[in-house]
Design a protein around this ligand. Structure first.
Ligand SMILES: Nc1ncnc2c1ncn2[C@@H]1O[C@H](COP(=O)(O)OP(=O)(O)OP(=O)(O)O)[C@@H](O)[C@H]1O
Ligand SMILES: [Mg+2]
Length: 531
């Protein structure tokens, strides 16, 4: 019977440098949904629903009870059971999957699952043998973490093969016998010493590689019909926006590789969710290694997100991935429950009971013909399979190149956007400057108008002054007034300063006999009255 992938979402609590009030997620445990909101007044609500949701306060034990316990039981039932942690960098994948706390309370799924597993093993003495392996995929190089030797840039990637039943395996991988939970954590600790972990701007202990711990449950009682089970614990490296994490050099190359492989994982999940005839497992190592887990295992996906509004986009994309994975239907492991019903050929008892000898020989020769045809078709299928694998390899290379180019294009687009924002700021500043210049110009215009008015006043006064002088000289010539005859009594000429700054009539310099000039006289245009 097929089952859907079990997907749960966990929101980690805010970290020290995050504002607990600036959150973009809201969890509704009752209807197992998460709403994501942006900073702009919660305008773009998006709702995601899952098999289970875990709020910030959810304990490690809570997660184990929902996910871990069933995963262990599934492995004992003989299935390929897997728990995969997926999410952006710093969202809590490693914490959820394999945290080794100072107290048991903080222990992650791995520690709890192995404890549970060995409790069952110990309750059934002599029934099970448990072995484990620990692998890492760093920069698309698959390496063995149980050799005790740290992989280097020269380490050659291990290959991934498929057996006759379609199960993937890694030839030459170290597999150790483990007899207790302590044995498993000891080997995991040894592997972690050489796992690629580094400090980044986002996480002090960022996983730079995907790691897979595989526990095999072998039945020592060979008479048992139950198939052997497996439990995979997968801690994926986290996706990261290079612009945001500002990684350089080696860290940048790692991040590009991580993003490209997660893009491939996204393509696999998309193809499976849509029931596509071709699933691109071979595009990268992690999808190839998890092929069984997705194809016909019982997979539990834990998607982890941070609560902060600054992670709005990453949170949306992680939850979208999780929702899509929920659509994947999986077939259980083991004969009789595989994709196609098992065909045994013609039942010969037919011959003895009902059919005549002639009928039997006709059926037999028909059967032989059919067998020959099947063999031919088998050859053809193998030939086509080889060609398909070659084409697959080429497509895989192309896909990876596309994924890398896509990541680079996204970086370039972000840089261009930042540049545009910068230009917008410059334009805004220029507009503000223009506005200020305009105001200053208006003030200058007003001032100029004032000056022009003053100048006109002065000109008028000068004209009046000249008229006055002309009239006086006429008066002198006519002998009407003796006031101006004497040169000493003549009004002094205004100094150049006085001319410029003040009305000559307002001059404080002595004008000689004061004359009142009236322009309103009816008898003559000008009348001087001696005061
Ligand atoms: N549920 C939680 N409760 C308390 N602290 C948490 C929780 N989840 C994560 N953290 C803390 O958040 C930080 C980041 O967590 P973790 O290293 O697990 O992230 P990650 O997703 O594995 O990141 P990366 O992809 O970079 O490896 C760590 O300091 C961890 O202790
Ligand atoms: Mg991690």
């Amino acid at each position: 019977m097929s089952k859907n992938v079990f997907v749960c979402a966990r929101v980690r609590p805010p970290l020290k440098d995050e504002d607990p009030n600036d959150t973009c997620v809201q969890i509704n445990e009752a209807d197992r949904t998460i709403a994501v909101r942006d900073r702009q007044g919660f305008a773009t609500d998006k709702q995601y629903s899952f098999s289970a949701v875990f709020p910030q306060k959810a304990s490690q034990r809570h997660i184990f009870e929902s996910v871990g316990r069933t995963a262990v039981e599934t492995a004992f039932e003989g299935h390929h059971s897997a728990i995969i942690a997926y999410g952006q960098t710093n969202s809590g994948k490693t914490y959820t999957l394999a945290n080794k706390g100072s107290t048991d309370k903080e222990d992650g799924l791995l520690q709890r699952c192995v404890k549970e597993l060995f409790e069952t093993v110990n309750k059934n003495p002599g029934l099970y043998r448990v072995t484990m392996s620990y692998t890492q995929i760093y920069n698309e190089v698959l390496s063995d973490l149980l050799t005790g030797e740290a992989p280097t840039s020269k380490t050659v990637s291990l290959t991934i093969r498929e057996d006759a039943e379609g199960n993937v395996f890694v030839p030459g991988l170290t597999t150790v016998d483990v007899c207790s939970a302590g044995d498993v954590t000891h080997y995991v600790d040894c592997g972690n010493k050489i796992r690629m972990v580094a400090l980044t701007n986002m996480n002090a202990e960022s996983s730079r590689s995907h790691v897979v711990v595989t526990l095999h449950l072998h039945r020592t009682n060979t008479a048992s019909a139950a198939p052997e089970g497996r439990l995979l614990l997968v801690d994926l490296a986290g996706s990261e926006r290079i612009k945001k994490s500002r990684v350089q050099g080696v860290r940048k190359q790692e991040a590009q590789c991580i993003n490209a492989s997660l893009a491939c994982l996204g393509n696999v999940v998309h193809a499976l969710a849509e029931g596509s005839p071709h699933v691109p497992y071979r595009d990268c190592k992690i999808t190839r290694l998890l092929q069984d887990a997705f194809k016909r295992g019982r997979t539990n996906l834990v998607v982890t997100v941070g609560p902060s509004s600054s992670d709005f986009h990453e949170t949306n994309s992680t939850l979208t991935f999780g929702m899509r994975a929920m659509k994947i239907k999986q077939l259980p492991m083991g004969r009789g429950s595989t994709d196609a019903p098992f065909e045994e050929g013609v039942d010969t008892s037919l011959c003895a009971s009902t059919a005549s000898a002639a009928e039997f020989s006709r059926l037999q020769s028909g059967n032989e013909e059919m067998a020959a045809r099947l063999r031919e078709e088998d050859d053809l299928i193998q030939h086509l399979g080889a060609a398909l694998r070659e084409a697959d390899d080429e497509i895989r290379v192309l896909h990876r190149e596309i994924a890398v180019s896509k990541a680079e294009a996204m970086d370039a687009a972000e840089a261009a956007r930042n540049q545009l924002l910068l230009h917008q700021d410059v334009v805004k500043q220029l507009l503000r400057d223009r506005e200020r210049d305009h105001t200053e110009l208006e003030a200058l215009k007003k001032h100029l108008q004032q000056l022009t008015a003053e100048r006109d006043g002065l000109l008028e006064a000068i004209q009046l002054d000249q008229i006055t002088k002309t009239t006086r000289s006429h008066t002198k010539t006519d002998g009407v007034s003796a006031a101006f005859v004497n040169k000493e009594n003549a009004p002094p000429r205004p100094s150049p300063n006085q001319k410029k700054n003040s009305h000559p009539m307002a001059s404080k310099a002595p004008l000689g006999p004061i004359v009142n000039l009236s322009l309103n006289s009816r008898n003559s245009p000008l009348q001087f009255i001696e005061l």
